[in-house]
Design a protein. Sequence first.
Length: 128
Amino acid sequence: MVNNLYKTYKQQSVMTMTSGDLLIALYDGLLKELSQAQNSFKQNNYADINRDLKKVQLMLGHLKSTLNFDYEISNNLAALYDYFIDVVKKANLKKDPTGLDEVTQMIAELRDAFYQANRKTRAIASNS
């Protein structure tokens, strides 16, 4: 019963998010999965490494697929996402976390930039 209520709540909250909120939530999910992968590397848990990094690849692929190439920045973001996917794939194939710290840091910076932009957009919209 409680699990069902929580599931309904989560669905409702996602359905009412703005596109900016969804983007930030996706970046938060990426950071969570990367953190879990790093922990799995520390424990030499190869099944969890594979699961976590595959989720990261799917999320990055989704981010790339939603880019609007009418804007020049989309080309830069696509190249970044391709780089991130490449690093994550190599980490998963070689079971070597080299590069994941850099990717995590860059994703955190992108997330923070989008968070600030979303906040400013909301402030402007509320003042109109």
